[in-house]
Design a protein around this ligand. Structure first.
Ligand code: SF4
Length: 202
């Protein structure tokens, strides 16, 4: 599998892991977490078909400090994810590779490519988002989630992940929030009444 179904890309971002990072969102998730801030990522319809080698080459040329991979659920595209990380590995990004996954470690271990992917990344933030267990002091969004450290985890430390912040990107009369935003649905509705649409990428 040489292609991603890609939802989107953001560069640079400084709120999805340490340093200045390239962030990609893979399209498709069937985990249905209540309170998910990115339900637009759930659909499995083809959004943007992207060759993983070409995407890796583009990112390597840009030379970000690090790479973060979010969704959707990245491990649903695990074959393409493994190939992509094999290409990215050549760049040895100084702030490493971070993956956000809704799967628990037990579920990840059932995925054939999981161990190989773990060799090529620094940390996986693992587990469903549980709204009732929301936390605000680390990149774990809820207290049931955990860090799974990969084989190169010295490029990212737990201290690097002990914060939450968000960024706002303004494009075509639309605000896109990335990171860990805390904007209520009421406020989003109010902004919409004022003509400002908000979407989330995380
Ligand atoms: S795993 Fe992530 S993208 Fe999927 S529903 Fe849960 S929070 Fe949303």
């Amino acid at each position: 599998m040489d292609f991603f179904n890609l939802m989107g890309e953001t560069y640079p971002t400084t709120v999805n892991g340490p340093g200045s990072r390239y962030l990609i969102h893979l399209q498709g998730c069937n985990l249905g977490c209540k309170g998910c801030i990115n339900p637009e990522s759930w659909s499995f319809k083809l959004n943007k078909r992207v060759n993983v080698k070409q995407l890796a080459e583009k990112i390597i040329n840009i030379k970000p400090e690090g790479l973060s991979i979010s969704g959707g659920e990245p491990f649903i595209q695990s074959l393409a994810l493994l190939k992509f990380l094999e290409y990215i590995n050549d760049a040895n990004l100084p702030k490493g590779v971070l993956i956000f996954s809704g799967y628990t470690e037990e579920e990840l271990k059932l995925i054939p490519e999981y161990e190989s992917i773990l060799v090529l990344c620094d940390v996986i933030i693992s587990g469903r988002y549980e709204e009732s267990k929301r936390v605000y002091d680390s990149m774990l969004s809820s207290s049931n989630q955990k860090f799974i450290w990969g084989n190169k985890h010295k490029r990212i430390t737990e201290k690097d992940l002990m914060n939450q912040d968000f960024e706002v990107v303004v494009e075509n009369n639309q605000l896109t929030l990335t990171g860990f935003p805390e904007i209520s649905k009421d406020m989003a509705a109010h902004l919409k009444d004022l003509g400002v649409e908000i979407s989330y990428k995380n």
